[in-house]
Design a protein around this ligand. Structure first.
Ligand SMILES: C[S@@+](CC[C@H](N)C(=O)[O-])C[C@H]1O[C@@H](n2cnc3c(N)ncnc32)[C@H](O)[C@@H]1O
Length: 347
């Protein structure tokens, strides 16, 4: 096929095709006598892939890398691209919501200038919150040894005490039917999500660590893995029947945790359930008591491990959920591990 025919078939321009040729993404043969480009079937398929990936926003360089790889893992690139687009989409949503509030304020004719400034400040804080989270624990590096590491005990502090018990309790608590969709956030290697597969539940696992997702996919190919994070879930509004999460939320600060709950609320259907098993204290008084006891005991291993992360204040999570029309139940496994189960109002 000649360039004009290809352009027509793929609904693009000859200029675009020449651009990809210049960038080295396609190398059609040239006819000896007239130097016209001739595209064989493989060239056309390759070009249609390039156009499709550009359409969803993948950068040209990424496509180049992808096409060079012997086993082209398109899925992985699309996964990253989807998480980037969700982040952008949520940023736009926040901006539109702020504009709506600003318009309302302006209409009320009150002290508009300060009002607008405050709203803009809130928006800035929100943008920073969503963007600034960093994986200071390097979970990509931990992925391959993770399952082994949870079986190991510290010398004087076992953070995974009651791990199995907690995961089982989450599965017993959440009331799902076959075919329902369950989102596992911070899925890691899939130890919680996989328990729902046995009940014929469709599981979507979200994690910010690509290596964790790769291990999870290898262990449980039936789980749909999506790159993303608590503060920008790669899921549309009101899509899932339940959200579960184990040993993940304590990697977010208290302020981030509340935004994470907001994100969960965005994607959860009415009447849906949230079940979080995680490292947390009942409240500040409980935290102080437990930490004082460790210090008195000279257990610096425990103190340092707890201070390296952000164990939740359970009462704050519960308060947020109740305020946002959830009925809530809690369960405590031990001094540092609790479960929060919440059902959203509606259907
Ligand atoms: C300790 S592992 C727990 C894995 C699994 N849920 C379990 O119970 O075995 C924590 C996981 O949460 C993920 N994680 C931590 N912070 C996250 C965030 N902000 N967004 C998404 N995933 C996060 C990590 O990448 C890691 O895979």
């Amino acid at each position: 096929m000649y360039i004009k025919e290809v352009a027509e078939k793929l609904e693009t321009s000859t200029r675009t095709i020449r651009y990809y040729e210049e960038k080295g993404l396609i190398t059609p043969a040239k006819e000896e006598n007239n130097q016209y480009r001739y595209f064989n079937e493989e060239d056309v398929v390759r070009l249609s892939t390039i156009l499709a990936l550009r359409e969803v926003g993948l950068p040209v360089e990424a496509i180049h890398e992808l096409l060079k790889a012997p086993n082209m893992q398109v899925e992985d690139y699309l996964n990253v691209q989807r998480s980037v687009l969700y982040e952008q989409w949520l940023e736009l949503k926040d901006m539109i919501q702020t504009i709506d509030k600003m318009t309302e304020k302006a209409g009320e004719g009150q002290d508009v200038k300060t009002g607008l400034f405050d709203l803009a400040k809130q928006l800035k804080t929100l943008k920073t919150l969503r963007k600034d989270w960093q994986d200071k624990w390097n979970f990509d590096n931990q992925a391959h040894d993770y399952d082994q590491s949870i079986k190991m005990h510290g010398y004087r502090f076992n953070v995974h005490q009651d791990y199995e018990k907690a995961l089982n309790r989450v599965v017993e608590t959440v009331q799902l039917s076959p075919g329902n969709v369950c989102l596992d956030i911070g899925i890691g290697t899939g130890n919680l999500g996989a328990r729902f597969l046995k009940k014929n539940i469709k599981v979507i696992g979200v994690d910010q660590a690509e290596e964790m997702l790769a291990v999870c996919k290898e262990k449980h190919p039936e789980i749909e893995t999506r790159k993303g994070h608590f503060l920008a879930l790669p899921v549309m509004n009101l899509q899932v029947d339940a959200i579960v999460s184990s040993y993940a939320l304590h990697h977010l600060t208290e302020e981030e945790k509340l935004l994470a709950l907001e994100e969960m609320d965005r994607v959860l259907k009415k009447g849906g359930e949230i079940c979080i098993a995680d490292l947390m204290f009942l409240d500040q008084v409980h935290r102080n008591r437990v930490m004082d006891a460790f210090r008195k005991d000279g257990n610096l291993e425990a103190v340092q491990a707890i201070e390296d992360e952000y164990y939740a204040n359970r009462s704050r999570l519960v308060n947020w959920l109740r305020k946002n029309h959830y009925t809530v139940e809690t369960h405590q496994f031990n001094d540092i591990l609790s479960m929060v189960y919440a059902r959203k109002e509606g259907e």
